[in-house]
Design a protein. Structure first.
Length: 209
C-alpha cells in the first residue's frame, strides 16, 4: 500500500464548539501521537482525507505535512469517528509509524464464491488481525468458500497472507461457519409448531380467565 500525502493545520481551538467550527471550515479535527511524542492537535482537509480512506481503506498510511512544522510525519488511522447520518468524519486519532516498523492492524476479509447447495454461511468476523510492515499493509483478503459443505469452517489459517505479513491471532480463529440450511419442509414444520404453541397459550389464557 502506498502512502498518501496530506497537508494539515495546527489546531488551537478545542471542545465541542471548536470542533464544530473546524468541521464547518471543511476540516476534520484530529490528534497525532505515538513513539513517545507529545500529542499534536491538527485539522485535516475533509475531502482529501475522505477520498484517501475511500480509495485505500482504513489502513491507509498518511504522510502528514503540518503547516509550520519541519519535516513530515508518517501516521496510520487508529480510531475514526463518523456521523452516520451526515456520513462525515467527526474526529480522527492518528498514530505515528516509522518506515520498516511492524504494526498490528485489522484487515477486511471478503468471502468469495458459493458454498455447497442447501447451506448457510455465517460470518463470525469480517476482519482479520495481522502484523505487517507499516508501509506494506494489506488492504484486504479474499477467501474462497466455493463448494464448502455444511460443517466446514473458514479459519485464519486458511487466509493466503502476502510475504512479510503474519497472523496476530491463532490459526484456528474462526472467520466463517458453513451450516446446513433448513429445508422447506423443516421451515413449514417450525411454522406449524409455532402456530400450535400460540393456540395452546391462547387456550391456557382463556382457561385462566
Amino acid at each position: 500500500m502506498s502512502e498518501v500525502k496530506i497537508s494539515a493545520e495546527p489546531r488551537t481551538e478545542f471542545g465541542k464548539g471548536g470542533a464544530r467550527r473546524t468541521r464547518r471550515a471543511g476540516l476534520v479535527p484530529a490528534v497525532l501521537y505515538g513513539h513517545g511524542e507529545k500529542p499534536v492537535h491538527i485539522a485535516l482537509p475533509a475531502r482529501e482525507f475522505a477520498a484517501a480512506i475511500r480509495h485505500g481503506g482504513l489502513n491507509t498510511v498518511f504522510t502528514i505535512d503540518i503547516v509550520g512544522a519541519s519535516g513530515a510525519t508518517l501516521a496510520l488511522p487508529k480510531a475514526i469517528q463518523r456521523d452516520p447520518i451526515k456520513d462525515t468524519y467527526e474526529h480522527v486519532d492518528l498514530i505515528i509509524v516509522k518506515r520498516g516498523e511492524k504494526v498490528q492492524v485489522d484487515v477486511p476479509v471478503t468471502l468469495v464464491g458459493e458454498a455447497a447447495r442447501n447451506t448457510l454461511v455465517v460470518n463470525e468476523s469480517n476482519t482479520l488481525a495481522v502484523v505487517a510492515e507499516a508501509m506494506h499493509l494489506p488492504s484486504g483478503f479474499d477467501v474462497s468458500i466455493e463448494g464448502l459443505e455444511a460443517g466446514s469452517q473458514v479459519t485464519a489459517g486458511d487466509v493466503n497472507l502476502p510475504s512479510g505479513t503474519e497472523l496476530a491471532v491463532e490459526p484456528d480463529f474462526v472467520l466463517a461457519v458453513i451450516s446446513q440450511a433448513q429445508t422447506a419442509e423443516q421451515l413449514e414444520g417450525d411454522t406449524a409448531e409455532t402456530g400450535e404453541a400460540t393456540e395452546g397459550d391462547t387456550a391456557e389464557a382463556a382457561t385462566a380467565e
